[in-house]
Design a protein around this ligand. Sequence first.
Ligand code: MOS
Length: 737
Amino acid sequence: MNTSDTNTVVGKPLNRVDGHLKVTGGARYAAEFPVAKLAYAVTVQSTIAKGKIAQIDTKAAEQVPGVLAVITHLNAPKASGEKGGGRKLQVLQDNIVLYSGQHIAVVVATTFEQAMYAASLVQIRYEEEKPTINMRDNLAKAYLPKGKIPGGEPPDLTHGNVNQGLANAAVRIDQTYTTPIENHNPMEPHATTAVWQGDELLLYDATQGIFSTQQKVAGVLGIEPEKVRILSYFVGGGFGCKGMAWSHVPLAAIAARQVNRPVKLVLGRTQMYGPVGFRPETIQQVSLGATRDGKLTALRHAGTSQTSTFDEFIEPVGKSVRMIYASPNISTRHHLVEIDQGTPTYMRAPGEASGSFALESAMDELAYALNIDPIELRLRNYAEVDPTKGLPWSSKSLRECYRLGAEKFGWQKRNPTPRSMRDGNYLIGWGMATATYPSYRSPASAIARIMADGTAVVLSGSQDIGTGTYTVMTQVAAEALGLPVNKVRFELGDTKMPQSPISGGSQTAASVSSAVHLAGNQARSQLLQLALADQKSPLYNSNAEDVIAQDGSFFLKNKSSASETYQAILARHGMKMIEARADAKPGEEQEKFSMHAFGAQFAEVRVEPDLGEVRVSRWVGTFGVGRILNAKTANSQLIGGIVYGIGMALMEHTVIDPNRGRVVNNDLAEYHVPVNADIPDIQVLFVDEHDPHINPLGVKGIGEIGITGTAAAIANAVYHATGKRVRDLPITLDKLL
Ligand code: MOS
């Protein structure tokens, strides 16, 4: 049995099915649920980076009208920030201050304003200790971490003999590249509304992972996960900072129990710089060795990034170095330095974004050293198999990405000499870089129900963090069910639904589509079996293979007169619905293939020669990312990733006060992100790619690959325009003068 080809809706540029709700304000986010007797929590954050709370005076705060509780380490219930997986949290269990911005008190009041005012009256006396803030001054303390990097790989990995390979090289590049701390800054701040119903906890939370949040909150509070229900129907951006539950989430639950009322806790913008993760500072030493004709003889990448003193986070800057170019000798290692700041976390293409800045800049330097075109240099080192795993690719269209990108951009018109291209007074630079991101997939489950009225409901406990999960899963479900999209409703965001993974690592489309596809197929198949076995059906005794499902009916392929609607089948059997559940998980293909998305980024910059101001004026990005589920949302994802990368390249930089570890630019006035005027027309093109191995629909993730290679393409374009190689992000005008 097949769904008809004419019914194919997967891939179409469907408008967002939740678009109307969003633009009319009907989409409810975690802080927007009308809950009776709601109280408001505001946290007080530490203003020192290291030390102890010697005294905390809450009397004035408690006397503010409307204040219901002031919770500190002196009166907080027992809890464990270590339990439940994820990050180690601080939930008011002691007087130790581990970083600036740590929540050290929670004030609960009947209005938000009362809580804010009372929080300002909490008096704290610290015993301050000298913190370790600057990673670059503390490299002697760097160590090889015990943990793994994403994909379960070790932090250090050597393939071949890199010293030998470098010794044999005719040309070498040895450079150090640095990237600063960056903050995620989703539009929607972190927010939790906690409602206790007896011993059961209901949490509306802004999260990328409802099930991981359920585990964490239950672990911290010491209750069964089944007693915790997480709801998250809409999330206003995550980019990684909502990937793990942070301290404020269980604190909202603790506060609600303390005051015996529902409590809403929203972090203000400035409160999000510190306790909810950030992209860590990195230092990356890259050595490339090559023959005169541009074959890499060795590739060495040594990355150092910061972690906190109490938890381990590894920014996997060297991960893509292990697979991106063919070389007999490759070594990568990740070191950490403990810094008295909060624990860093995943931020859009963690590792690949900062790692590709270093490697793809170094490749451009090598291209100039060899006088070889940068695309040609990459083609001469094209990896036909994964060079360190030795595995074939499940699919790879990078050659076509280079070709198409160069054509659309007009690369052949480039004069490679720095400062050679001008437009009036402006220096013009063209740069390119390779993009890549791993294609992850995790177990996911879904339920599909075909209802008596001919509509369908499909459920999976996933999240839509703005990427379009509602929309693309509606398309996948409609196609599997043989129904038009307007007859299908896809629901997500409730831990009572079948389990799906966190929406991180660009894995939602691949993981959840596999489950939705399977559940939809099974429900349709079960319904068809009813008809085929039923003497009253026009399809009685037909072969399933001869039946087409389309627009809510089954048709016999060669006898279009023989057909029956889903409604008619269910009605005759007196059934309210037919339901199928599917549990989809990755299999042995994971061991047989190396799975990655690839792309090529092409940037044009205009540099004002007297001021050093850089404007990105043109962009072409070409991508081989498997099957596209929705041409419109996919285009938006890639544009979003490139915009995020333009911010990384030219603007984003979290500035830390070296004495107290406080974030100096802790708001969107001082922390610069691109606005519309900073962004040119971005042309995104997908090459046709069919991956038969990766998952049932051949989907690769697209949420993160767009940022990879972006900063390097800009740095390379800036070099081409100015002759100045900037190896320290962001590329601000002071570095070009
Ligand atoms: Mo992504 S940084 O894995 O949310």
